[in-house]
Ligand binder design. Structure first.
Ligand SMILES: [Mg+2]
Length: 371
């Protein structure tokens, strides 16, 4: 099987409400969707949602990288040879993981369709039957965050990811307000998105948070400061997760060597897709570090890819892939798999996502085809 054509679509995905985290506000999400067609007529879908704050890639740079470099390289390649595909991409392009993820995901989709199995079957088979869906609370006033949490509990949600990272004492108030409103039984995870900057601020916050029963504290400090995480971990009873600071195997090697985290948040857009994500999960497992699969708020295509990795691995304990329930329009149909409070995957081949090409055309700003 050989790749004959790669189409690239720059797409604007409309959000139901803006997504606000410590370093940015997103009114909608810019995504690059890739469609691979093989010589035998099979189609595979991939997606890239780059975040320049984390990998330095923008939607424009990713589109150009795919159109001018990665897609031409892939023409004539066998999409089922994952190790070779990644070797070829890595030899020609340093980093650019989100662009590579689009190719990787499309290759897995087409390989699954060729063999008539879901992607998780290519990754060791299904391990998890379902995952709880976490509702993400954007940064807001404490009362508003508590109110939204209470409403979501009524809808059936049992866990929350709170986005904080503005100022330590204000954030402590936010977390307190949500905990008071939802009670002790509901899971709360706190994501600072680097907003507290250093270990001193973080340790100040931790003193206030230790009694609140939070599941974990995520990326409180600057993404490159692994040593600060080591210091915080030695002084905290709250489990610590690294997110922005774990992008590739080099970061993971340092985190493992320094025992810098209890958990890591693996995202396909940071590491280059399904195949590298599996390698990171194996490294973490060897070191006794638990994993989450997160996302950059991706459509059904990218989100499904993340779910297939998560469903196949025992060491992956949680997921945070809520894109399909955040968008008012999504070219894929993964939303149907969200049965709040859980998500379950179908047994359809490949990613298991069917793409509405009319809707995709409607959401596309510009596109190219490489053959
Ligand atoms: Mg995070």
């Amino acid at each position: 099987m050989k790749i004959k054509q790669i189409e690239i679509f720059a797409v604007d995905l409309p959000l139901i409400k803006p997504f606000i985290i410590s370093y940015a506000t997103y009114p909608n999400i810019q995504s690059i969707i890739v469609k691979i067609t093989t010589e035998c007529g099979l189609v595979g879908w991939g997606e890239s949602v780059p975040d320049e704050h984390i990998t330095g890639e923008t939607p424009h740079s990713t589109y150009a990288m795919l159109k001018n470099t990665l897609a031409p390289l892939m023409i004539g390649q066998n999409p089922m040879e994952f190790e070779k595909i990644h070797e070829l991409m890595d030899k020609n392009v340093h980093r650019a993981p989100a662009a590579k993820a689009a190719i990787d995901i499309a290759c897995f989709d087409v390989a699954g369709k060729k063999l008539n199995v879901p992607v998780y079957q290519l990754l060791g088979g299904r391990y998890h039957e379902k995952f709880p869906v976490t509702h993400v609370l954007s940064i807001d006033e404490p009362e508003k965050m508590a109110q939204e949490a209470a409403q979501k509990v009524e809808e059936g949600y049992t866990s929350f990811k709170m986005k904080v990272g503005q100022d330590v004492l204000g954030d402590v108030k936010r977390i307190n307000a949500v905990r008071e409103r939802v009670g002790e039984e509901i899971a709360i995870r706190v994501d600072v998105n680097q907003g507290w900057g250093n270990s001193a601020n973080t340790l100040q916050a931790i003193r206030h948070l230790e009694a609140l029963g939070i599941d974990w504290l995520e990326q409180p400090v600057d993404q490159d400061d692994i040593d600060a995480m080591v210091e915080i971990k030695s002084k905290s009873t709250i489990p610590l997760m690294i997110d922005e600071g774990i992008r590739d195997m080099n970061n993971m090697r340092e985190i493992v060597a320094k025992r810098a985290a209890d958990k890591v948040n693996i995202k396909l857009m940071k590491c280059g897709g399904i195949y590298p994500a599996m390698k990171l999960a194996h490294m973490a497992e060897m070191a006794g570090i638990e994993c989450q699969i997160g996302s950059m708020v991706e459509s059904s295509i990218g989100s499904a890819a993340g779910f297939h990795v998560a469903f196949a691995k025992k060491i992956i304990k949680s997921v945070e892939l809520t894109g399909p329930v955040k968008f008012s329009k999504d070219p894929g149909d993964l939303k149907e798999s969200y049965c709040i409070p859980n998500i379950q995957l179908t047994e359809r081949p490949g990613l298991g996502v069917s793409v509405d090409e009319t809707l995709l055309a409607e959401l596309t700003q510009y596109s190219d085809a490489v053959e």
